[in-house]
Design a protein around this ligand. Structure first.
Ligand SMILES: Cc1cc2nc3c(=O)[nH]c(=O)nc-3n(C[C@H](O)[C@H](O)[C@H](O)COP(=O)(O)OP(=O)(O)OC[C@H]3O[C@@H](n4cnc5c(N)ncnc54)[C@H](O)[C@@H]3O)c2cc1C
Length: 433
């Protein structure tokens, strides 16, 4: 690993869209350390298929707001929803400026697709690999920033804290096992979701909610950590590991869900939790461990044009989705809860911010509307960066030191972190019953 300084102005933990966009929105005169637990492509942002929502016209505002609220069972934070929707056009302009290429219609205007629970087409996309398109361009832009030091394969194990103020992080170089501390005036958590805690998930296995466990250790406020979204359609497989997502937009464009006898059993474009419940009920009724998804109504041409990644992956698993229905099953997909943050993405601890899937600003309520999460991650990462720039002040000189003995056995540490999160999630779920 490259030689690091003892202190940075800002440390960002996580190199998905939230971490990268925070770095791009910080002032250029601030030194930034940006770390990622694995290689830079191994984040969920790279996996996003369907697309990213945008307020395409002021006339769509009410409808977009209502769709987001309805999907979230009206538990959403209305202020956060408003901020996200109203910020979307400027963020999209920014993404295009960084090189993201979204599908255009025959007139050269941005083309919009539709997904479940949206009452209008308002989702921008790049084939079925929108996340990769956005993330790779943001990464390219961050690599050009002279003030940002980008360090993959480096894991945050803990924060340095004193009297509810964050002074930086304790980290581990994953290649050598070396433990070290880095101080920072401000720290931003952009550590993604919690799929690594589940046996069946569409997320990278390394996303284990580390910021949540560290929050529990340091009394940092959490919100709704039992609000977990199950995606109705992942490709059924008996193999271990990450589950491959069959994007919502496949159903939005007309694919049908079928029972074991080939009959439709639900409206495919309802909110995710409703479709998931319908699939589970059908599986129980049929005594099966999956249902079928028939993409043939889209036609071969549209499948190959709009969903080439899905087509190729299904083929690799032995299914030609242009010719036959494919087996699908629900799996853990997204985390609506997280580290509680205010509308500037500030946590309950001084000098500590959180953005992206690891945080909870209440945008999604109890259930996320499809294609709102890339947007939410970007909008609220930008707000964290802006707020840090506005509030910037130096760290107090009296600093805490790390007790490295606590981190000697990393495997045990993460086992303990996992147990802590699961216990807290169960406690919260029981309280809400
Ligand atoms: C298969 C799939 C499809 C999706 N499709 C869509 C879609 O079409 N539209 C949409 O809006 N959303 C979609 N999502 C959701 C969306 O991709 C994520 O919510 C979003 O990308 C989260 O971004 P992030 O920056 O918060 O986290 P990630 O992109 O997951 O990045 C997390 C980063 O944190 C790092 N990290 C974690 N813990 C540590 C630690 N302890 N120390 C150091 N680094 C750490 C990781 O290494 C990684 O770099 C999809 C998700 C999946 C899994």
């Amino acid at each position: 690993m490259i030689e690091l300084k003892d202190q940075y102005d800002v440390i960002i933990v996580g190199a998905g869209v939230a971490g990268l966009y925070a770095a791009l929105n910080l002032p250029r005169d601030k030194s930034v350390l940006l770390i990622a637990k694995e290689g830079l492509r191994k984040c969920d942002s790279y996996l996003a298929q369907g697309g990213i929502c945008m307020l395409k016209s002021p006339l769509d505002y009410e409808s977009y707001f209502e769709d987001t609220m309805r999907a979230g069972h009206y538990e959403n934070n209305r202020e956060s929803v408003e901020i996200m929707i109203k910020s979307s056009p400027a963020v999209i302009v920014d993404l295009i400026r960084y090189g993201a290429d979204f599908r255009k219609d025959e007139n050269g205007e941005l083309a919009f697709t539709r997904e479940g629970a949206h009452s209008a087409s308002r989702i921008l996309f790049h084939d079925d690999c929108t996340g990769k398109e956005i993330t790779k361009n943001l990464q390219k832009a961050v690599r050009k920033l002279p003030n940002v030091t980008l360090v993959p394969n480096c894991t945050m194990l803990d924060i340095l804290e004193q009297d509810n103020e964050c002074f930086g992080i304790v980290a581990r170089d994953n290649k050598t096992g070396r433990l070290f501390s880095v101080y920072a005036n401000y720290t931003i958590w952009a550590c993604g979701g919690v799929g690594g805690l589940y046996t069946n998930s569409t997320n990278y296995r390394s996303l284990t909610g580390d910021a949540l466990a560290i929050s529990l250790e340091h009394n940092i406020r959490l919100a709704h950590i039992d609000y977990v979204q199950i995606h109705p359609t992942t490709l059924y497989s008996k193999k271990k590991g990450r589950r491959f997502l069959i994007s919502e937009s496949v159903r939005g464009e007309g694919a049908h869900l079928l029972d074991k006898n080939g009959n439709r059993f639900t409206d495919e474009v309802q909110a995710r939790d409703v479709v998931t419940a319908a699939i589970r009920k059908q599986m129980e009724k049929d005594g099966t461990d999956h249902v079928l998804l028939d993409m043939r109504p889209l036609g071969k041409e549209q499948i190959l044009d709009h969903f080439p990644t899905i087509y190729k992956r299904c083929l690799a698993e032995g299914y030609d989705c242009t010719e036959q229905p494919i087996p699908v099953v629900p799996a853990q997909h997204y985390f609506m809860g997280g580290v509680w943050v205010d509308s500037h993405s500030k946590t309950s601890m001084q000098r500590l911010y959180a953005a992206g899937e690891t945080s909870c600003n209440g945008v999604h309520g109890k259930n996320r509307l499809a294609s709102n999460s890339l947007l939410e991650s970007l909008v609220f990462a930008q707000r964290a960066a802006w707020h840090i720039a506005d509030e910037f002040s130096p760290l107090p000189t009296d600093r805490p030191e790390a007790d490295y003995g606590k981190y000697a056995d990393v495997r045990e540490l993460f086992k303990d972190y996992k147990e802590k999160i699961i216990t807290e999630r169960e406690r919260e779920a029981k309280t809400n019953e």
